[in-house]
Design a protein around this ligand. Structure first.
Ligand code: PGA
Length: 308
């Protein structure tokens, strides 16, 4: 078994698996396609079985291929951790912090990272952003140290670190007729044309759950894949919406007004989630300590000053 693949072959295999194609992987790796194919062929020969089948234009990994992908991930992650441990022994915190965060968290995580990196300038960050569903897929691949959600998946065992509040508020254009009429009932608000985030969004998940529990249906007029596009559409009078307060306080709220609606905001929380069985690297541990000891406090203070 000691002759199963080289580290370089493992890197190539992972790139092909992640990109889903030899052409794309060879571009990322700055190698030619024949080199990538040849290295995969050698890897396949060393285990004595094909790693994937080509169906149409799609690469479908075999069971053997998937087992090798899992091993390659573990081996390369453990070498990364070794690098960080060695740096730590030399009195340095250096290496890569791997974070995958949902789109709405991208408004405030950079503020946390800015402060963290000032303390640890030799750390670099691999920062993936996607909607809730895409981040759940990253979680299944297990390549990141932490995942930031406000609605972590319930069907997966996770270590959850409660982080900061995430209120979801009702927004309307500044000159909306309902803006000066005091507190509105949720039923009345729900009659307005509503701009909804896409399927797979955590914000949408929270809104749907909140309204379903109360037996209220929204008047959804448009589905839009981005918080920023929703804000601009609300500004231009296309409808109202419910978004995270952070999209306004960190992302700007010009032209918008928060409507006072009964039974809103929807009070959710951000969580830093991690896979309980994945060993934390020195850098990941340092980040977690930083968040718990000062990062969270600083971020809450920053959020309060943004909302003031
Ligand atoms: P979203 O997620 O950006 O996918 O809406 C936010 C969340 O998890 O609450």
């Amino acid at each position: 078994m000691t002759r199963v693949g080289t580290l370089r072959q493992f890197e190539i295999l992972l790139a092909v698996y992640q990109q889903g194609s030899i052409t794309a992987a060879s571009q990322t790796l700055h190698l030619t396609q024949p080199t990538v194919s040849m290295q995969l062929k050698k890897l396949s020969d060393s285990v004595g079985a094909p790693l994937y089948d080509t169906i149409g234009k799609k690469l479908v990994f075999t069971e053997v291929g998937l087992a090798l992908v899992a091993t390659a991930r573990e081996v390369l992650a453990s070498i990364d951790r070794l690098g960080m441990t060695l740096a730590d022994l030399q009195g340095m915190k250096a290496g890569t912090l791997k974070l995958a965060v949902v789109t709405t968290a991208k408004y405030f995580i950079p503020h946390l990272l800015g402060n963290f990196l000032q303390h640890y300038p030799k750390v670099d960050v691999d920062f993936k952003v996607g909607n809730r569903q895409q981040i759940i897929e990253s979680l299944h691949a297990g390549e990141h140290d932490f995942y930031v959600f406000s609605h972590p998946p319930e069907d997966q065992e996770l270590a959850l670190h409660q982080f900061v509040p995430n209120p979801l508020v009702a927004i309307a254009p500044q000159d909306h007729p309902l803006a000066n009429q005091g507190i509105l009932s949720l039923e009345r608000f729900a009659q307005e044309p509503f701009l909804m985030r896409e399927l797979g969004s955590g914000t949408r998940h929270a809104i749907e759950r909140h309204l379903q529990k109360r037996g209220i249906a929204l008047n959804v007029k448009m589905t839009i894949e981005s918080n920023e596009a929703i804000k601009h559409s609300v500004m231009s009078g296309l409808g109202v919406s419910i978004l995270s307060q952070h999209t306004l306080s960190f992302g700007g709220s010009q032209g918008l007004v928060a409507l006072p609606v009964s039974e809103l905001p929807i009070n959710t929380q951000w969580f830093l989630a991690r896979l309980p069985n994945k060993q934390l690297s020195v850098v990941a541990n340092t980040f977690l300590d930083y968040v718990e000891q000062q990062g969270r406090r600083q971020l809450i203070a920053e959020m309060a000053s943004q909302n003031a």
